[in-house]
Design a protein around this ligand. Structure first.
Ligand code: ZN
Length: 232
């Protein structure tokens, strides 16, 4: 039987082998009772290899049911998750922390409402504002707690989002490198990605990919364009 849950205390629920098309991960499930509410926040850490020593690759990924479950082409989330898991498997070590923050934290129904507004001509940031949300409602305190629990204090972060890197740094996780995780845009995702670049400062170039959305050689990429990857 489970012990009573304490507010703010992180609990590891289970760890299980998770064979994937990119290799064998271990999936560790975590939950935490949120402060001030009865809500239980949950997240998965998909871990490969030994995380001690040199800063491992890390992707903090927010659930995207529409992209990952339905194959929606309106965003780049599914491709980013695939790229991260492939890159980690390529090094044989690293982790993805998968959070349930659909639609940058607004939830699936509000995300659909935001899509409806975007179909009528406004962008993703304006749609959030019309619905009464901030442009990005996500909070990274749960992944930070998971990283601490796993003993990971230095990371190489796979993201195009500088705010995500800053959130980790502000919480005391050293981001020794930010590594581009840019998927190929399509005609449906391009307006959304342009807005993320122009209004949310995402580091997107719309040109480096080879058409497969694949990070081919991470070491070579880091060595070749260190300024693009090392932001501190
Ligand atoms: Zn998405």
């Amino acid at each position: 039987m489970k012990a009573a849950r304490e507010i703010g205390v992180l609990c590891r629920v289970a760890t299980a082998r998770m064979p994937t098309k990119w290799g064998m991960y271990n999936a560790a499930g975590f939950e935490r009772v949120a402060n001030g509410t009865a809500q239980i926040d949950t997240a998965l850490a998909l871990i490969m290899g030994d995380l001690t020593g040199e800063a491992p690759l890390l992707r903090i990924h927010s659930q995207c049911f529409t992209g990952e479950g339905l194959g929606s082409l309106r965003c780049d989330c599914s491709d980013q998750l695939s790229m991260a898991m492939r890159a980690i498997a390529g090094e044989g070590r690293g982790l993805v922390i998968y959070e349930y923050q659909e639609g940058r934290g607004i939830g699936l129904m509000a995300k659909l409402q935001a899509y409806e507004l975007q179909d009528n001509g406004i962008d993703t940031v304006e749609a959030n504002h019309v619905l009464g949300f901030r442009a990005d409602c996500r909070d990274y305190s749960l992944p930070v707690a998971i990283l601490r629990e796993l003993g990971v204090h230095r990371v190489r972060l796979l993201t195009n989002n500088p705010a995500k890197a800053r959130a980790l740094s502000d919480a005391g996780i050293e981001v020794v490198a930010r590594i581009s995780c840019e998927a190929k845009a399509n005609s449906y995702s391009l307006p959304y990605l342009r807005t993320k670049k122009e209004k949310m400062d995402h580091a997107l170039g719309f040109q480096h990919h080879d058409g497969t959305g694949q990070i081919k050689d991470l070491r070579a990429l880091e060595a070749a364009i260190p300024h693009a990857l090392h932001w501190i």
